[in-house]
Design a protein around this ligand. Structure first.
Ligand SMILES: Nc1nc2c(c(=O)[nH]1)N[C@H]1C(S)=C(S)[C@@H](COP(=O)(O)OP(=O)(O)OC[C@H]3O[C@@H](n4cnc5c(=O)[nH]c(N)nc54)[C@H](O)[C@@H]3O)O[C@H]1N2
Ligand SMILES: Nc1nc2c(c(=O)[nH]1)N[C@H]1C(S)=C(S)[C@@H](COP(=O)(O)OP(=O)(O)OC[C@H]3O[C@@H](n4cnc5c(=O)[nH]c(N)nc54)[C@H](O)[C@@H]3O)O[C@H]1N2
Ligand SMILES: [Mo]
Length: 760
């Protein structure tokens, strides 16, 4: 603790301005200094950390979304008072009511629903609108529902469940994905960095990460990108870009391991000492003969050697490239594999991450300076700052998040814990962010009460019966740690302005609702007392922290996760059953179908991700927009200019459909349709198209979404580990005649069934 530095990241204000530091409280991948310049209780300007780049004390420079907070907070569509629905769900017709009426109605209905149907009839849809320590929207809602007797819980992480799971299975029950990577200060120590489905210059992945990568490039580190898109990160940094089809990464990684093993380039002593399941040595007696990864790679267990030619057919990377990359990765030490979450948001996403860690393991790159486990998060975790205590769910009713639409449609009849009667969404927009938006919107008839607590009338709030206006982070005090453990600092989010309109803090809303339900211990501390308590293990001078804005904690002892386990394996075991890195997971072998979502084998294994379907020949992926944090900012025209919405198509795919750059197109499959301008570009692999996630679902009367919402196309399917599968979806695209509003049928490839294309 004596190492903590308190730092002021504010420029001087103009005369009459008070400048206060905060940070976007959202789930945006960064955690930057966002300063409000305030005059007479109004934010007149937003600035950021004026410091220049220096790797030892990286400045916390905000991006366009941080600057866009001024457009957001004073947006004319801010929710101003509680409202009750007057028209059909989704119509957007509401009337103003008082807080007393709104909370009274919710409390009365919640009691009735609990008495009539039991607690499993409630689903908590609260999510990541605010991810700060105290006013964390999902934490506040959990605390509320758990004290109320519980609810059906969407248990899996929408971002990274495949990684959360794979980290636990490979590195042990106590390994946390947020601290299983390495500090960006270590990037310069690598000889080779492979960015695999990872683009921190588009989807922020830690404030400063892109700067550190640039620093590594300046120092001569070779960088390779593997992505269906030539991303901004790849353009700026990569010496080589390798195009791959989404959902097929495990094939490429497995074939790389095959090459390394068959050429004898793996690190045998490292495997002997630290790894379980690379070869037959040390496999538990319970494992089948030929159960090792090596046996699988060489085809000894299934008769199929996992050659680069085998992989090429599946992932689209030329066999020669796979072979060359594999040899380079194994012979350039230290080499660091950096995975994004996106390739894990696929039908067999856990296999991707497990195959990636296996590659890092067999080349001896885990736990060493300049190497990496495959995880791109940092190595620090939350640096001792606690989150709001939530308690635990008194009832055992869990559903994997990607199945929300199916849960709503089928309830008990579909094998789920209950027929759902009430949905409560505080700081979430799951009708937009979960897959299969149309199915969700069409499955609400049996739901008796929907409450949305937000800053805007989002697609989710538009379907609510009662809408409650929440404050933004500018209107309260809080503390925030870096996103996904990326850095060792915290930001004090100082209140900049008084609560606007009739808005209330999420914490105050839940506290009052709890009281109306007879729960008196929901909130027993003042805001300041809470913040002191949550930070006391990390911050030695609360006043200094509050005054300065940023607390910089000491860096972790090792910049790379698992350094202790590799340096001194006898005293530091991995928390897996064997104490080693488990390419062969004993936990998975003991219980292959962990979640009732299908069996997962103990070693990384290839599964075909999608049924080939002539009707929908294009593979869709939906990465992040620089103009949004998920759906947040989706209603801001100024900010939208930073990264306009469009659908990326390869010239060959566009040409075959008579589509030209800038033309309006219809993107569709059996689940729905949306429209966007086509961006025809060689920057995307042939056969793949891409839509930035988060545009606001806006169905027109014919059911077509008009705004480019990727989730009208995504299937509500869960990976076996509980991960979402946004990047395993097939679509077709056709040109739309903008003048007549009709589909241009002349350009149909003959294999396409026009019956679902309709008019736009
Ligand atoms: N197709 C596709 N879909 C995806 C993804 C993808 O890759 N592809 N990615 C997924 C990922 S990684 C994630 S994390 C999820 C995110 O899913 P969500 O967490 O549902 O996403 P947001 O769109 O950020 O919604 C947050 C909501 O909180 C509101 N909000 C902001 N601040 C506050 C506050 O202080 N109080 C209250 N009450 N509300 C507030 C915002 O207005 C917004 O409506 O989306 C997932 N959806
Ligand atoms: N601007 C911005 N940044 C964000 C966020 C945001 O909303 N906006 N959200 C934050 C959050 S909550 C999260 S979880 C992270 C998400 O972080 P990621 O999941 O890493 O981000 P994505 O943008 O979904 O995808 C990263 C890259 O993977 C590629 N990709 C997609 N599918 C595949 C595939 O199957 N295989 C391979 N090899 N590549 C694939 C995409 O083209 C993209 O370039 O981002 C964070 N950063
Ligand atoms: Mo996420």
């Amino acid at each position: 603790m004596p190492d903590t530095i308190y730092q002021n990241p504010r420029p001087a204000g103009r005369k009459g301005e008070v400048v206060v530091t905060s940070t976007c409280g959202h789930n945006c991948g960064g955690r930057c200094a966002v300063n409000a310049h305030v005059v007479d209780d109004r934010i007149v300007k937003i600035s950021t950390d004026p410091a220049r780049w220096q790797p030892e004390l990286p400045p916390l420079h905000a991006c366009a979304r941080g600057v866009g907070q001024i457009e957001r907070v004073y947006h004319k569509e801010r929710l101003q008072y509680p409202m009750r629905r007057t028209g059909p769900r989704g119509s957007g017709q509401f009337e103003r009511i008082s807080w007393d009426e709104a909370l009274g109605h919710i409390a009365k209905e919640m009691r009735r629903i609990r008495d009539t149907y039991g607690n499993a009839a409630f689903v908590d849809l609260s999510r990541t609108g605010s991810t700060s320590a105290l006013h964390t929207t999902s934490g506040l809602a959990k605390r509320f529902f758990y004290k109320f007797g519980g609810c059906t819980e969407l248990w899996s992480n929408m971002s990274a469940e495949a990684e959360v799971f794979a980290v636990r299975m490979t590195f042990g029950a106590k390994a946390d994905y947020k601290s299983a990577g390495r500090e960006p200060t270590d990037y310069v120590n690598s000889k080779l960095i492979v960015m695999w489905g990872w683009s921190p210059a588009d989807g922020t992945f830690g404030t400063g990460t892109f700067q550190y990568l640039k620093e590594a490039k300046r120092k001569g580190v070779r960088i390779v990108a593997v992505d269906p898109r030539r991303t901004r990160t790849s353009q700026a940094l990569a010496d080589e870009h390798v195009f791959i089809k989404p959902s097929t990464d495990a094939a490429a990684l497995i074939a790389m391991a095959y090459v390394i093993v068959s050429e004898g380039l793996h690190d045998q002593p490292y495997c002997d000492r630290h790894v379980l399941g690379f070869d037959e040595e040390g496999l538990p007696a319970s494992a089948p003969r030929g159960g090792s990864y090596k046996a699988y790679l060489l085809g000894e267990s299934d008769g199929i050697p996992k050659t680069p030619e085998w992989a090429q057919e599946r992932c689209g990377i030329p066999a020669e490239t796979i072979r060359r990359l594999a040899i380079e990765f194994a012979t350039t030490k230290p080499a660091a594999l950096h995975c994004g979450y996106a390739p894990g948001r696929t039908a067999y996403g856990e296999q991707f991450h497990r195959a990636a860690y296996a590659l890092a393991a067999i080349t001896g790159n885990i736990g060493i300076v300049g190497g990496n486990s495959g995880v791109s998060n940092g190595a620090t975790g939350r640096a001792g700052i606690k989150g709001l205590p939530t308690g635990s769910n008194p009832i055992d009713a869990k559903v994997a998040t990607p199945l929300l639409a199916d849960l709503l449609e089928k309830g008990k009849a579909g094998g789920y814990p209950a027929d759902i009667k009430m949905l409560y969404s505080a700081g979430g927009n799951l009708f937009n962010q979960c897959p299969n938006a149309n199915k969700m919107a069409n499955s609400l008839d049996g739901v008796e009460l929907i409450v949305a607590q937000d800053n805007f009338l989002t697609p989710t709030a538009r379907h609510a019966d009662i809408v409650l206006p929440a404050t933004t982070f500018w209107e309260r005090n809080d503390v925030h740690t870096p996103w996904a453990g990326a850095g060792h600092y915290a930001i004090y989010m100082k209140q900049a302005i008084r609560p606007m309109y009739e808005c209330r803090d999420d914490r105050a809303i839940f506290a009052e609702l709890a009281q109306r339900l007879g729960i008196n211990d929901y909130d027993d501390k003042s805001e300041e007392q809470w913040l002191r308590d949550l930070t006391k293990d990390a911050v030695d001078d609360f006043e200094a922290f509050r005054e300065a804005g940023v607390a910089r904690f000491a860096a972790p002892k090792d910049a790379v996760a698992f350094a202790d386990q590799i340096r001194d394996p006898d005293s530091h075991k991995f928390t897996t059953p064997s104490g080693k890195i488990e390419i062969y997971s004993m936990a998975m072998a003991a219980k292959p179908d962990r979640y009732g979502l299908g069996a997962m084998p103990p070693i990384p294994t290839w599964f075909d991700p999608v049924e080939p379907d002539a009707k929908y020949p294009l593979m869709l992926c939906s990465p992040k927009s620089r103009a949004r944090t998920h759906s947040i900012h989706g209603n801001q025209p100024l900010l939208a200019r930073v990264d306009p919405d469009d659908v990326w198509m390869n010239p060959a795919d566009a040409g075959a459909r008579g589509i030209t750059d800038g033309q309006m197109v219809r993107i569709f499959n059996d689940r729905g349709a949306t429209r966007l301008l086509a961006k025809v570009t060689p920057r995307i692999a042939q056969g793949v198209v891409s839509i930035k996630e988060g545009a606001w679902f806006g169905p027109r009367e014919d059911g077509t979404d008009a705004a480019g919402c990727a989730n009208v196309l995504a299937e509500d399917r869960s990976a076996r580990c509980g991960a979402t599968t946004y990047n395993t979806n097939l679509v077709e695209i056709i040109a739309v005649d903008r003048l007549s509003g009709c589909t241009i049928r002349a350009h149909y490839p003959s294999s396409i069934d026009a019956s679902n294309s309709g008019s736009v």
